[in-house]
Design a protein around this ligand. Structure first.
Ligand SMILES: *[C@@H]1O[C@H](CO)[C@@H](O)[C@H](O)[C@H]1NC(C)=O
Ligand SMILES: *[C@@H]1O[C@H](CO)[C@@H](O)[C@H](O)[C@H]1NC(C)=O
Length: 225
């Protein structure tokens, strides 16, 4: 009687391990297509009564120097798509698609970069003290756990393909930043208000270039406006 239960226990364990390795469900873009690793997407905050839906851009988190590393701010310009990002895996594993509960790196894709000594990878400010809401910053290191983000489902039915980002310290939300209160990405103490996002595929390189150029034209070197 003992043997089968041990075996079924082992099988359950193996299945659980397989699920962990492969993450959860496929993550879809706003058109319902699976989000691919290594391709460019805009992360678009969902437009609500309190959120204008403006795109995400790197921006300084301080009104005084040093300005680097930059944080990530949602622009107050509602039609600005933000800077595209590239999702990659921290290890060399061969996967094609982004899945929920799978640790990914997020990297801004831009030819112009204000803080050359910092990478374009997102990370959680690892030096924050426990009482603070850690900022999401630029300058991550792919292999370090503070540069790992997981994408989790945040809506079903009519709100399908809506997601939130989680980190090892908590769910990503926003707080009013230093520039006209534009929402700045943080890991808030109150996880009840995650930043809801959708993914929009950058259809062709021209779109990416145009949007990047537009961002640059707007004077975005370090400031969101
Ligand atoms: C995304 O990053 C990977 C790894 O650095 C790179 O091989 C790939 O070309 C990038 N994709 C784009 C569209 O830049
Ligand atoms: C990271 O958190 C520490 C501790 O609060 C803070 O002193 C530092 O300024 C933060 N870094 C940035 C770039 O905001």
């Amino acid at each position: 009687m003992k043997k089968p239960s041990v075996i079924s226990f082992l099988i359950t364990l193996l299945l659980a391990a397989a699920v962990c390795i492969h993450g959860g469900e496929p993550v879809n873009d706003k058109d319902g297509n699976p989000v691919k690793l290594g391709e460019l997407y805009f992360i678009q905050p969902v437009k609500t009564k309190t959120n204008n839906g403006g795109g995400l851009v790197p921006a300084t988190t301080s009104i005084l120097p040093p300005y680097c590393p930059l944080g990530i701010t949602q622009t107050l310009l509602p039609y600005q798509p933000g800077l595209p990002v590239n999702f990659t895996l921290p290890d060399a594993r061969e996967e094609t698609f982004v899945q929920t509960s799978l640790a990914v790196n997020i990297e801004f894709n831009s030819n112009i970069w204000a803080c050359n000594e910092f990478s374009k990878f997102w990370k959680v400010n690892e030096t924050s003290s426990a009482s603070e809401e850690p900022l999401i910053l630029i300058g991550g290191t792919p292999q370090k756990p503070n540069s790992w983000f997981k994408i989790e489902i945040a809506g079903e039915g009519a709100e399908a393909n809506t997601y939130k980002l989680t980190t090892s310290t908590g769910t990503v939300g926003t707080k009013p930043g230093v520039w006209f209160g534009a929402p700045q990405l943080v890991v808030p103490n109150d996880a009840a208000k995650p930043l809801l996002i959708k993914f929009k595929k950058v259809e062709d390189v021209t779109t990416a270039t145009t949007s990047t150029t537009r961002v640059e034209k707007l004077g975005l070197r370090m400031f969101p406006f």
